[in-house]
Design a protein around this ligand. Structure first.
Ligand code: SF4
Length: 456
């Protein structure tokens, strides 16, 4: 969500004549787009602002703006704590940033705007504005959340749930495809409740409309709440040819007692039944999840159930986090906090368990031909400046596995191009990626459903 917002910010500031530079020392304006989801992310903001303060002592004319969830949460307290900050703009004030910058350029400040948006369409639709956009782009379909999980700040910092119209979403996807995008990821805190309040179409219907956009090769989406995952959406994985064979389905915990205190609205049994259903509809689909360890009151038995669930589902990958108290989130007031050392131990156990599963699943890909959407030359290749004969490329499978590959020796076909779908024979598996050779380059055309991964 923040990457998407940053693209919009860059696009809006381009209208005031600003261009991107990657070096803060060259910048006339530094925009810090913040995240408040965990305490550590918030601490990083102030440590970075401390470094910018040193820079600003040498460059008094440089402006510093702070946006995102920490800005929304702390408002005026940010410039009070760090006087180098000229502008604070909240999650719904992005559209007003150019006007704030204009006033700051005129010498006013510090300025704070954490007010509500004037309409959901206002912050969307702008071009990437000089960010290195690539072929894979984000499109927000909704913002905010109505779920109030007890550990989460999102409903407080991003507001109540609002959905964009399907027409606006499809128009933005077309705009991005015209700008070179081959893959879009549709974003929302809970895409499964898309359009419900506004009486729009279902999320599955929205996917079908995006699927019809010419020139688009792949569609991904995140995030899907397990309590609202509908049969209609599950069926879409079997019928939409551009929808990637990957579902991120955050479980957070394998213990019913913890899920209840988290206010997640589903049980372990319901979750596992949904997993079974999706695997029946789309065999071989990759599943990923989020896990929080050390939620207040999480016992050793609760944690054991989480590990057991990870082994039972056999995720392809997961993101695991240590619980931390967040301002406004109800769990902050929960008793029976888990000690930091214990949280660290549990986090390591989750990561070790998953790594074992991921390695095994990656090894199963060796010997297969996988269809890879080429994202560009691999970073290692670019750094080494290797010649064309030893070129290496990087991309992802439909299941979201990273594949680095080179060309078959003496291949008669042209080198792969960014944005092409390429068949790659997988030769090696690592912890977080695959390695292979491209035996053939197919024309830019999505492969029929179910044919994306087959034995060589
Ligand atoms: S569904 Fe829960 S965790 Fe996700 S954004 Fe909403 S409140 Fe936060």
């Amino acid at each position: 969500m923040n990457v998407y917002d940053s693209e919009k910010i860059a696009g809006l500031l381009a209208s005031r004549g600003y261009r991107i530079t990657r070096r803060p020392s060259e910048a006339d304006l530094v925009v810090v787009n913040t995240c408040a989801i965990r305490e550590k992310a918030e601490q990083k903001v102030f440590s970075y602002l401390g470094r910018l303060a040193g820079l600003k002592r040498r460059r008094a004319d440089m402006l510093v703006a702070v946006g995102g969830c920490v800005a929304q949460q702390q408002g005026d307290r940010i410039p009070a704590r760090q006087p180098c900050v000229d502008i604070v703009f909240g999650t719904q004030a992005i559209g007003r940033l150019p006007a704030l910058v204009e006033r700051a350029e005129a010498g006013f400040g510090p300025l704070t705007d954490t007010g509500p948006a004037e309409g959901i369409e206002m912050i969307t639709g702008a071009a990437a504005g000089g960010l290195d956009a690539g072929i894979s782009r984000f499109v927000t379909v909704m913002r905010g959340c109505d779920n109030y999980c007890t550990y989460c700040v999102v409903p407080f910092v991003r507001g109540r749930e609002v959905s964009r119209s399907p027409e606006a979403v499809v128009a933005e996807v077309r705009e991005l495809v015209a700008d070179g995008a081959r893959e879009v990821t549709l974003l929302g805190q809970n895409v499964n409740s898309y359009g419900r309040k506004e009486g729009l179409c279902s999320f599955a219907r929205l996917l079908a409309r995006v699927n019809a956009v010419d020139g688009l090769a792949r569609i991904r989406f995140t995030t899907s709440h397990p309590k609202d995952l509908s049969d209609e959406l599950i069926a879409a994985f079997g019928s939409l040819d551009k929808l990637c064979r990957h579902l991120h389905l955050p479980v957070q915990s394998g213990s019913d007692a913890v899920l209840k205190r988290m206010n997640r609205g589903y049980t372990r049994q319901h979750y596992l039944a949904r997993v079974e259903r999706i695997r029946a509809a789309c065999p071989g689909i990759a599943l990923s999840t989020d896990i929080i360890v050390g939620f207040p009151g999480e016992t050793e038995e609760d944690f054991r159930q989480t590990l057991e669930l990870i082994r039972e589902v056999e995720y392809d990958s997961l993101f695991a986090f240590k619980y931390s108290d967040r301002p406004d989130a109800p769990a902050r007031r929960f008793s029976r906090k888990v000690a930091e050392e214990e949280k660290k131990r549990r986090l390591k156990a989750v990561l070790d368990t998953q790594e074992h599963i991921t390695r095994r699943k990656n090894r199963q890909c060796v010997g297969r031909i996988e269809t890879v959407l080429v994202e560009g030359v691999s970073r290692r290749n670019a750094a080494a400046g290797a010649g064309a004969a030893r070129m290496q490329w990087t991309g992802r499978t439909s299941e979201n596995r990273i594949v680095n590959f080179s060309r078959e020796e003496g291949a008669a076909v042209a080198p792969p191009q960014t944005g092409q779908l390429v068949d790659v024979l997988i030769e090696k598996a690592f912890a977080h990626s695959l390695w292979g050779r491209a035996p053939a380059v197919r024309p830019v055309k999505p492969r029929p459903k179910g044919d994306a991964c087959y034995a060589a």
